[in-house]
Design a protein around this ligand. Structure first.
Ligand code: GAR
Length: 225
């Protein structure tokens, strides 16, 4: 790569699609971060598999293009749904995909096309509590520490190299509502930070683990980047 193209790449804001299925508060956190012209990514598309996703209105109000690929139109044909989604991403010249409360499994073929260019946020400290109802299960298990994880997407659900985690202490009197609210606040902090580092090409996967700037991810990344 020449010095000139390296500079051009550094100045280029990555074109990001955020995929949602619901209220879209993580999407809103990403939109807020990307308002800063110095942020290395711009959210150019918000897409949903559900026409009634609340976050679509938030995106439209912010002047962001939206698309709906309604999974109910595809029956059990996951490959056809993913092909339609891919067509939308191609149309908008997307470079990075952020799953933000996108409640659909993607086919291995689709995931392979976005290897290390598709991120997900999960409301637990992976590999603990994969799947749904994470806060309820953390409380039931008597977990003392809970949190959220941003990771690269691989075909296996809620797996993939961990880019960043944020933890909260579980209080004795926490309910699902109070715990999920504290974890959500953490999500809103770490997701924009993780996307920033990926967009800046600072995250590398070595033997299934992420390094940032060639170093292991620190325990409190907010303090470092
Ligand atoms: C978030 O807590 C996100 O971590 C979770 O859904 C919520 C979406 O909220 N994602 C998953 O559970 C994915 N397995 P949001 O729509 O307000 O961002």
């Amino acid at each position: 790569m020449t010095a000139r193209s390296t500079l051009a790449d550094a100045q280029h804001r990555k074109r990001v699609a955020v995929l949602i299925s619901g209220r879209g508060s993580n999407m809103a956190a990403l939109l807020a971060a990307a308002k800063d012209p110095a942020y290395p990514a711009e959210i150019v598309l918000v897409a949903s598999n559900r026409p009634d996703a609340g976050g679509l209105a938030t995106a439209r109000d912010a002047g962001i293009a939206t698309e709906v690929v309604d999974h109910t139109q595809f029956g059990k044909d996951r490959a056809a749904f993913d092909a339609a989604l891919q067509a939308v991403l191609t149309k908008h010249r997307i470079e990075l995909v952020c799953l933000a409360g996108f409640m659909r499994l993607l086919t291995a073929g689709f995931v392979a096309q976005w290897q290390e260019r598709m991120l997900n946020i999960h409301p637990a400290l992976l590999p603990a509590f994969k799947g749904l109802d994470t806060h309820k299960r953390a409380l039931a298990a008597g977990a003392k520490i809970h949190g959220a994880t941003v990771h690269f997407v691989v075909p296996e659900m809620d797996a993939g190299p961990i880019i960043m985690q944020g933890a909260v202490a579980v209080q004795h009197d926490d309910t699902e509502a109070t715990l999920s609210a504290r974890v959500l606040a953490v999500e809103h902090r770490i997701y924009p930070l993780a996307v920033k580092l990926v967009a800046e090409h600072r995250v590398r996967v070595v033997d299934g683990r992420c390094l940032i700037d060639g170093e292991p991810v620190p325990e409190r990344p907010e303090a470092f980047y």
